[in-house]
Design a protein around this ligand. Structure first.
Ligand SMILES: *Cc1c(COP(=O)(O)O)cnc(C)c1O
Length: 356
């Protein structure tokens, strides 16, 4: 029997979302991973296919064409963009580079499930600061949690899984009080879905504060989850650390070619994002009328704060062919899908309440 290292043994195994439903022969909607329900546009598929024709080669890790296109889009220099195999890998690069044994990494909780795993796997201490009663980041409590051992703070906005955003001015006020040797990572995986003008704008925060970097991904708005493409926007000191801890060749030429093509059709992709946003706002309004406790979401999913009822609601959704993402005792995250899927969710949540 091969024993895991002690610090790994204490990490619970990751449970991937389900993808089938027993005992239901109607349509099944997989709304458990915040994927974009639209298939990729043809030009993106073509670009990926062309790149796939030379897959006997290792990728060009510098990905100059993609980084240049992205830098132009964001108004930063090419050097400020460091790629990752999905922004989960970017987050892992950061944790590995800046936190070691005994160091502390602060994040809100509940937030992105990857944070505690990444932190514990480098033997650093995960300092999880509970969300407020409205499911928002508790920035004063996160400030109070800073110690001389704090190395990194993750701010996830919109927050996965609750969908809530951090206010821009409140985030500025927060970072002003964070020691300048602590790296603040603004994880903006869902930034394209934000329509609240007061929400934090990571890039502006990055430009204002030297100890900030920003994570973005092509998995959600750009619909490339299966290709693994994300990046950090960072200055030279942070970049120098994370290039050392990046997994070599984690980002394929297929992914970066698709990324270039996606940036070329970004306005078309944004139209789909806008449809998802209007669906989100529609679903949320209907759920509020039914009496569900759903905090205001700025992402492509919403959170049912079901508390002790979570398992029951989850069973009910499964019984209607809806695969969501439950967190037992806490709540359920449901991704926004095509209108038909969202209607199915609304219908199921309506019958749940009617049968109470
Ligand atoms: C989905 C997600 C990511 C990015 O995932 P990748 O597919 O690895 O790019 C990062 N942060 C949060 C909070 C997410 O929900």
């Amino acid at each position: 029997m091969i024993e895991q290292a002690d610090h790994i043994n204490s990490i619970p195994a990751y449970k991937p979302g389900r993808s089938s439903v027993e005992g239901w022969d109607g349509p099944v909607y997989k709304l458990s991973s915040n994927e974009n329900p639209y298939p990729p546009l043809p030009t993106i598929v073509d670009a990926a296919a062309r790149a796939a024709a030379h897959m006997q080669r290792y990728p060009n890790m510098a990905a100059p064409e993609f980084r240049a296109a992205l830098a132009a889009r964001l108004g930063v220099t090419d050097d400020e963009i460091v790629l990752g195999g999905g922004s989960v890998e970017s987050a892992a690069q950061i944790v590995r580079a800046f936190a070691g044994y005994g160091d502390e990494v602060i994040f809100a909780w509940r937030s992105f499930e990857a944070y505690p795993l990444l932190v514990k796997s480098v033997q650093a201490t995960a300092v999880d600061v509970p969300l407020t009663s409205t499911e928002h980041h508790d920035l004063p409590a996160m400030l109070a949690a800073i110690t001389p051992r704090t190395k990194v703070i993750f701010v996830c906005t919109p927050n996965n899984p609750t969908g809530t955003v951090v206010d821009h001015e409140e985030l500025r006020e927060f970072i002003r009080q964070v020691p300048s040797n602590v790296l603040v990572v603004v994880d903006e995986a869902y930034t394209h879905f934000v329509n609240d003008t007061k929400a934090a704008r990571g890039l502006d925060i990055y430009r204002e504060f030297e100890n900030v970097c920003v994570l973005h991904t092509f998995s959600k708005a750009y619909g490339l989850a299966g290709l693994r493409l994300g990046y950090t926007i960072a200055r030279e000191d942070v970049r120098a650390g994370i290039v050392k801890t990046a997994m070599p060749f984690a980002v394929s030429d297929v992914a970066t070619a698709a990324g270039v093509a996606a940036l070329e059709v970004e306005s078309q992709l944004q139209e789909r994002v806008d449809l998802l946003v209007s669906e989100r706002d529609r679903v949320e309004a209907e759920l509020a009328l039914m009496g569900w406790n759903v905090p205001p979401s700025q992402a492509n999913f919403f959170w049912i704060a079901a508390g002790d009822e979570t398992d029951k609601v989850q069973e009910h959704l499964l019984g209607h062919g809806i695969i969501a993402r439950p967190f037992s005792g806490s709540g359920i995250r449901v991704s926004i899908g095509m209108p038909e899927a969202n209607d199915a969710v609304l219908a199921a949540l309506r019958t749940y309440r009617e049968n109470l």
